[in-house]
Structures are given as C-alpha cells and as structure tokens.
Design a binder for this molecule. Structure first.
Ligand SMILES: *[C@@H]1O[C@H](CO)[C@@H](O)[C@H](O)[C@H]1NC(C)=O
Ligand SMILES: *[C@@H]1O[C@H](CO)[C@@H](O)[C@H](O)[C@H]1NC(C)=O
Ligand SMILES: *[C@@H]1O[C@H](CO)[C@@H](O)[C@H](O)[C@H]1NC(C)=O
Ligand SMILES: *[C@@H]1O[C@H](CO)[C@@H](O)[C@H](O)[C@H]1NC(C)=O
Ligand SMILES: *[C@@H]1O[C@H](CO)[C@@H](O)[C@H](O)[C@H]1NC(C)=O
Ligand SMILES: *[C@@H]1O[C@H](CO)[C@@H](O)[C@H](O)[C@H]1NC(C)=O
Ligand SMILES: *[C@@H]1O[C@H](CO)[C@@H](O)[C@H](O)[C@H]1NC(C)=O
Ligand SMILES: *[C@@H]1O[C@H](CO)[C@@H](O)[C@H](O)[C@H]1NC(C)=O
Ligand SMILES: *[C@@H]1O[C@H](CO)[C@@H](O)[C@H](O)[C@H]1NC(C)=O
Ligand SMILES: *[C@@H]1O[C@H](CO)[C@@H](O)[C@H](O)[C@H]1NC(C)=O
Length: 499
C-alpha cells in the first residue's frame, strides 16, 4: 500500500515536471506616456538577455519587431475581446489567423493567455471562458500550431480560499462549474495553470500577520517559519505557500498532474504614504530573490525541484496607470531603458545580464533621531576607526553639511570596511542597507563603482592616528547640539550598543 501511494506520488510529480528548467520572463505593460518603440523595447530585451515575455495583447508592431529574435512570446486576448471570442468559433478562428498564424514561425509565439483574472475582474464572462479557450485551441489545431502554442488563462490567487495552510486550500466553489472543465481542458491539451502571485498584496492585507521578511524571501528565525500542520512541510516564503496552495486546490478537484506557471509576480518600488513598504530596496530584494529562487529550480515544498517558471511584473514603470502611486511603479526599467534599481543577481544565471553587480551601501535611516545619528557618527569616526577625512571642510563629502549626510558616509565606510558583515549596518537601529549608490558629485562612497566605472577602494582597516583623535572632535558636530565627552568616555559601552 505504502509503495503504491509512493508510486502514484512519483508519477504525479514526474508528470508535472515534464517541463524542463524553469525560466524567468517579463511582462510588458504599455501604459506609458513615452512608450518606447517596439524596436527600442526589443533592443532592451536583447541587451538584458530577456528570452521570455508576455504581452497584454497581440500588438502587430511588437510581434513584427520580435521576429527572428528567438524570444519566446506569450500573447494575450484582452478581456474586452473575450465575450466575442467565447461566443463565436468564427471570431476565435479569425483572431488566431490575424494575431498568431500571420506571425509564426518568424515570431516565436509559445502561449496564449485568454483574458486576465476573468473570474475576479469580469465574472460575467466566466461562463464563456472555457469556450473561448476551446475555440482558440481548435483554431490552433486547424492551423497545426497546437503542439507549439499552449492555451490557458491567468487567475488571481484570490480565487484560492483558505490558502494557509496550503494543504487545506481550495478554489472558490462558486467557480467549480468553470474550474473543473478548465482543468480538464488544460490536462487534455498538455497546457498549464497560469497564476498571478503577489505576496506584496498578501502582506499588505495581512495587518501585520505576515512578516515582511517572509514576503521578501529573507531568512526567518526557525520559530517564525510557517509549518503546514497536515503535511509538516516548512514554508520559508509566501510565494511558495501560494503556489503550493494552487497545487492543493487542483488536487482538491482531483487534478494532480497539471504544471503551473506564474504569469505575474513582482513588488512596487515606490508608493504613497499608505504604502510604506513599496520601496526600491524591498522591490530589489523581492525580485532578486525571486529570480534566484526560480532559476535555481528549487520548486516548492510540495513539489521540490519542479519548475515554476515566472514572469516578473513588469518591464517598465507605467506612469499612466490609474490608481495609487505604487500602481505606476512595478517596473524594472524606466521608459529610457535605465534600470530603476540594480538587481542582485550574481551567480543567478544569465537573464538581465547587465545587472550582475552586488553593490550595497549602509545609510542613515529616514526619519532617524538626529542625536542618535550624531552619537553613531562620532562612534564610527572614532572607536569605529572609519577614515572620516572626506567629511572635513573643503573635502569632497563635506557638502551637504548635515548629520544625515555625514553619518550616511561614515556608516557606509564602516560597513564596507567590515566587508558588509551581517550586523555591521545597524548603529542601534538608525542605519539601513540600500542598493542605491549614495555617491554624489565628487563625493564617491567606499564600495561604489562610480559613475564612470572606476572602482574606489574601501577605506583602510588600519586605524590612522588622525581619525582616532579627531573622531569625536567638533569637526563632526552639527548645530553644536551634541557630542558630550560622555561619548568619548563610554567607548566600550558604545561598542556594545551600536553593534
Ligand atoms: C547592457 O550591456 C550592453 C552590452 O555591454 C550595453 O550595450 C547596454 O547598453 C547595457 N544596457 C543597460 C541597460 O545598461
Ligand atoms: C521557439 O521556442 C521553442 C520553445 O518553446 C523552441 O524550442 C524553439 O526552438 C523556438 N524557435 C525559434 C525559431 O526560436
Ligand atoms: C470550431 O472550429 C473548428 C475549426 O476551426 C472546428 O474544428 C470545430 O469543430 C468548431 N467547434 C465548434 C464548437 O463549432
Ligand atoms: C466566491 O466567488 C463568488 C462569485 O464570484 C463571490 O461572490 C464570493 O465572494 C467568493 N467568495 C469568497 C470567499 O471570496
Ligand atoms: C475526487 O476523487 C474522489 C475519490 O475518487 C471522489 O470521492 C471525489 O468526489 C472526487 N472529487 C471531485 C471534485 O471530482
Ligand atoms: C537551490 O537549490 C538547492 C537544492 O536544489 C537548495 O538547497 C538551495 O537552498 C537553493 N538555493 C536558493 C537560493 O533557493
Ligand atoms: C553577491 O551577494 C550574494 C548574496 O549576498 C553572495 O552570496 C555572493 O557571494 C556575492 N557575490 C559577489 C561577487 O560578491
Ligand atoms: C571619474 O569621475 C571623476 C569625477 O566625476 C573624475 O574626477 C575622474 O577623473 C573620472 N575618472 C575617469 C577614469 O574618467
Ligand atoms: C586600491 O588598492 C590597491 C591595493 O590596496 C592599490 O594597488 C590601488 O592603487 C588602490 N587604488 C586606488 C584608486 O586607490
Ligand atoms: C594627519 O593629519 C595631518 C594634517 O592634517 C597630515 O599631514 C598627516 O599626513 C596625517 N597623518 C595620517 C597618518 O593620516
């Protein structure tokens, strides 16, 4: 009996693993006031070695620009065309002739996403969704393209209910009349479930229940790791938990061998005052960790090693998108092709090939208490043995002459001098790590590769007699409101307190 169960399990897993290695793709939204031309978009994709993309429509100019590039393209039937296609075989056939058959094989179309989050965004079209997929598919069969082009429809993960623990997850039962025939269709055509996975929203809506680190794939202390009591599987990140919830929801309907592709996932780099976790650093951390996680073929706790290919949302910041500030700031690049931030992808493979640096810096936290910054600055330039000479009047980093700017320089110099060791960017909580190079003008920070590509050396570890004696001198005082001699006399205490 045990052997049978194990065999069935292995069969299910190997069926789901029929797909080779996982890949990273990128979604391309076009709601930009200065949308680059298709040629410029393709040039950016090539420069960044992006080999898989998803378009939100089947734009002819884009598909022509993608010809002969080898880039694999998922095109979409927009929601506003869904009713027509779902109600008429002829309309579907016409759509395929115009948007697919006219472009393959020179443009490598590999999938068609029919609608977007239809069950949650356009529930009225739910009843024709499966017909739309079937009509598109039969047109592909007629054109002999059904082997190379898969048909599916992306869902919001919110159709999965009770998603933690994952083993208890199920699809909203109201949609069983759609989901059951849909999964049958995906199974019989060798297609896959498309799912949009946004730990950002789960985190935002959890009222503090989901720790930020858990959403960002950062290591958790063992007592904070989420354990599924039914399966005893350990979940170290929200992404895996959602993907496994989808696998369990499919097996709840008795479908155990349908692979899954995450069609959208990402994190916004900017938000309004109510979206304080939409930051450059969090976006960079999420996307960098996501890319590494996917390309490592890590799989999920339920299906270790099974590819979960994922498309990042999204290529460009879309300034014309309605809604909150974060809505406009999910992009990896600005319209001019300049990265919004530099991903930490060293060793992750070859996608987004330019972004392989590993630069991080230590800076003063926004809104940190000025007295605490001053005390930490004095410690860094004194007992911390940082060379603070660049902060002296007349030196490159003197301006702007304020405690935030100067402590940022000193914190970073200390952090680089300690080889970015864990815990060396804290300073009693007033410092934080960033990926944005704080260098400005001729003030080049230690650890910066500089604007013109010169690598500045980190500050020397050797204490210089000058900095040791000058560390707590009035040179580093601002507004004269602090630095008492107690700082000097409590060096031992400060060492313990700041590190
Ligand atoms: C990426 O690298 C290529 C080749 O080195 C270069 O031409 C291109 O401008 C770079 N792209 C970005 C966005 O830095
Ligand atoms: C198109 O993509 C498929 C993978 O789905 C690949 O096997 C094929 O070689 C690609 N064709 C071209 C012309 O790049
Ligand atoms: C739809 O059209 C295809 C040919 O494009 C045909 O094979 C199929 O039977 C038609 N399906 C229906 C339901 O009419
Ligand atoms: C399930 O789907 C139905 C139909 O869209 C919706 O009215 C209901 O709110 C959903 N249930 C939950 C718990 O989300
Ligand atoms: C799944 O299979 C089990 C066992 O064969 C059966 O009892 C159950 O009704 C099936 N569920 C669905 C949704 O088909
Ligand atoms: C990569 O996969 C191995 C096992 O295949 C796993 O031990 C390791 O933690 C993974 N690394 C990342 C960054 O996911
Ligand atoms: C880049 O950072 C990662 C994670 O912090 C680290 O494992 C890797 O060794 C670093 N690579 C280089 C070249 O510094
Ligand atoms: C780099 O830029 C700095 C300041 O902008 C300049 O002083 C220096 O000469 C430049 N170095 C090179 C190699 O261009
Ligand atoms: C950086 O350090 C290396 C070795 O310590 C030294 O040879 C080199 O001249 C230094 N470069 C600069 C720009 O200070
Ligand atoms: C100490 O400072 C003086 C004057 O500012 C300078 O001439 C001397 O070279 C410095 N010594 C060291 C070791 O940096």
């Amino acid at each position: 009996m045990a052997v049978t169960v194990l065999l069935l399990f292995l069969l299910a897993v190997s069926a789901a693993s029929a797909d080779k290695d996982a890949f990273i793709g990128v979604n391309i939204g076009t709601d930009l006031s200065d949308m680059p031309s298709p040629t410029q978009v393709v040039a950016l994709l090539k420069a960044q070695n992006i080999r898989h993309i998803r378009l939100y429509d089947a734009d002819r100019a884009m598909l022509l620009a993608l010809a002969n590039t080898g880039i694999q393209v998922t095109i979409s039937v927009p929601n506003d065309q869904l009713l027509g296609i779902g109600q008429s075989n002829a309309t579907a056939a016409n759509w395929v002739a115009r948007n697919v058959a006219a472009h393959v094989p020179t443009t490598n179309i590999t999938a068609i996403a029919v609608g977007s989050e239809v069950l949650t965004v356009l529930p009225n079209a739910g009843p024709v969704l499966v017909s739309a997929l079937k009509f598109i598919h039969s047109a592909l069969v007629a054109a002999n393209l059904d082997d190379q082009i898969k048909v599916s429809t992306p869902h919001s993960s919110s159709i999965i209910l009770d998603s933690f623990p994952p083993s208890q997850a199920f699809f909203n039962r109201s949609w069983d009349p759609v989901m059951v025939p849909l999964l049958k269709f995906l199974q019989s055509t060798g297609s896959y479930l498309m799912l949009n996975v946004y730990p950002y929203y789960d985190y935002m809506q959890s009222n503090g229940v989901i720790p930020l680190d858990y959403a960002l794939f950062r290591p958790l202390p063992p007592n904070k790791e989420a354990v599924d009591a039914n399966t005893l599987l350990h979940y170290t990140n929200v992404f895996d938990a959602i993907v496994d919830a989808a696998y369990f929801a499919m097996s709840d309907l008795n479908f155990t061998n349908i692979p899954l592709v995450v069609l959208e996932s990402g994190w916004p780099s900017k938000g309004d005052s109510s979206e304080s976790d939409a930051t450059i650093d969090n976006a960079n951390t999420y996307n960098s960790n996501l890319i590494r996680h996917v390309l490592n073929n890590t799989g999920t706790p339920k299906h270790p090693g099974i590819a979960v290919s994922t498309y990042i949302y999204e290529l460009y910041n879309e300034d014309l998108r309605p809604g909150s500030v974060s809505e406009k700031n999910w992009g990896l690049f600005n319209a001019n092709g300049v990265p919004v931030y530099t991903l930490h992808l060293t060793g992750a493979g070859t996608v987004l090939a330019n972004d392989t640096t590993n630069q991080t810096f230590c800076v003063a936290k926004d809104g940190a208490d000025k007295k605490m910054l001053q005390a930490a600055l004095d410690w860094a330039c004194g007992p911390g043995k940082v060379d603070c000479s660049a902060l002296l009047q007349g030196q490159p980093c003197y301006e702007p002459d304020n405690v935030i700017s100067h402590s940022t320089y000193a914190f970073n110099a200390y952090y680089q001098q300690m080889a970015k060791a864990p815990g060396t960017c804290d300073f009693k909580g007033v410092a934080t790590i960033t990926t944005t190079d704080p260098s400005h003008g001729s003030c080049i920070f230690p650890g910066s590769h500089g604007r013109n590509g010169t690598i500045t050396n980190g500050t020397s570890l050797a204490p210089s007699s000058n900095t040791t004696t000058s560390g707590c001198s009035p040179k580093y005082v601002y507004g004269g409101d602090l630095v008492t001699s107690s700082v000097i006399f409590s060096v031992a205490l400060m060492t313990a307190v700041f590190l």
